[in-house]
Design a binder for this molecule. Structure first.
Ligand code: GLU
Length: 357
């Protein structure tokens, strides 16, 4: 019996759709073939963007894409089925069946939803069906949805217990500078430590996709912290998927996985939800939380923004460096000190340290 492994392959809007905005059938056919070539020993879950772009291309009749999120969410319903049809055709040539799974942040927040999603994806793989995942753009709450699929792909990689994640995009990988502004930008081949500043330094979105390099690095951060090695590479590089799946050099940037991975809950706290407020902590509290203690009210020197009990917050030191994220046990209010009965504002079980050391 061979050892099977699982990989997640995410492909962004600017690669999935062609210049006409419609799904690029030729590219998807090539990706399906490459995935099928490794099917005897690797299960693949695909995370595919492109619904909004394909939807607008179908009904927009060459007009510029609107920014109104209500319109975009509605047209995604048109694009999503077109996208799935193209993926289904691409895999049908390989004699494989695809299944559509649409996920929303809620599915990662609610434990029973999370377990159901995991069970369904596992079952699809057992049945030999290729899951094609997208965010549930049409109905997800616009305020909280991911928007780009990069972070979703990282969460999916954790969800399905994948060992590796490939993020396919329209650049060769992570570059030393934004190539749109610096002609000398060169490829970074390996990244062993990711932190918030690397994610912030990477460039913003391209014209049709939403994520940009910054959200890809953020996704790589999430994935590698969950023990998933991540590669960001060009969707059009020859044999990129085949090379990635077979452990050959696929070009692009490899982010090595951390040995100690986070639990699903801590991963969610760290990366899946946006912080409602920021707590500034003094040096003593900073040292304590990094040493795995709970955050006490006495260590908080300032509160920026408002958060309700149960909300995620960011914790920074007095120099503004991000140290951790956590769930507050009490409401905290901008500019006010935090009064609690037992002094614990964030319990260590609800605290995730984000410094790389
Ligand atoms: N879920 C969005 C779509 O399918 C992703 C948009 C993007 O990241 O480009 O259109």
């Amino acid at each position: 019996m061979t050892d099977r492994s699982t990989a997640v392959i995410k492909i962004g809007t600017s690669s999935v759709t062609g210049s006409d905005g419609l799904p690029n059938a030729t590219l998807l056919a090539s990706l399906a073939q490459q995935i099928q070539n490794s099917a005897s020993h690797i299960d693949v879950v695909v995370v595919s963007s492109g619904a909004v772009n394909a939807g607008w291309a179908t009904i927009g009749k060459d007009q510029p894409r609107p920014s109104d999120s209500v319109v975009l969410q509605a047209v995604s319903a048109v694009g999503q089925q077109l996208l799935m049809r193209t993926w289904a055709d691409a895999f049908a040539v390989q004699d494989r069946v695809v299944g559509q799974v649409l996920l929303a942040p809620h599915d990662f927040e609610n434990r029973s939803q999370y377990l159901h999603a995991r069970q369904t994806l596992g079952q699809l793989l057992t049945l030999g069906i290729v899951p094609i995942i997208n965010e549930n753009d049409a109905v997800a709450d616009d305020e909280i949805r991911y928007g780009d699929n990069d972070r979703l792909a990282a969460l999916v990689a954790h969800l399905v217990g994948a060992q590796r994640l490939l993020i396919l995009t329209d650049t060769p990988g992570l570059l030393t500078a934004d190539p749109r502004h610096d002609a000398n930008a060169s490829l970074i081949e390996v990244v062993t430590e990711i932190d918030a500043s690397l994610a912030a330094r990477a460039g913003g979105p391209s014209s049709v996709g939403l994520g940009g390099m910054s959200s890809k690095v953020q996704a790589a951060w999430m994935a590698t912290w969950s023990g998933v090695e991540t590669v960001i590479a060009s969707a059009t590089a020859p044999d990129v998927v085949h090379r990635f799946l077979e452990g050959l050099d696929a070009g692009g940037t490899t982010f090595t996985a951390r040995e100690r991975s986070l639990s699903a809950r801590k991963l969610w706290i760290a990366f899946a939800v946006a912080a409602a407020a920021t707590l500034v902590v003094d040096e003593g509290a900073a040292a304590d939380i990094v040493a795995d203690s709970s955050l006490l009210s006495v260590g908080i020197s300032a509160v920026r923004g408002n958060a309700l009990a149960g909300d995620p917050v960011e914790i920074v030191n007095e120099a503004g460096v991000l140290l951790a994220k956590g769930i507050v046990r009490f409401d905290v209010r901008d500019g006010h000190s935090v009064a609690t009965s037992d002094g614990i504002v964030i319990h260590r079980d609800d605290l995730v340290i984000l410094t790389s050391s």
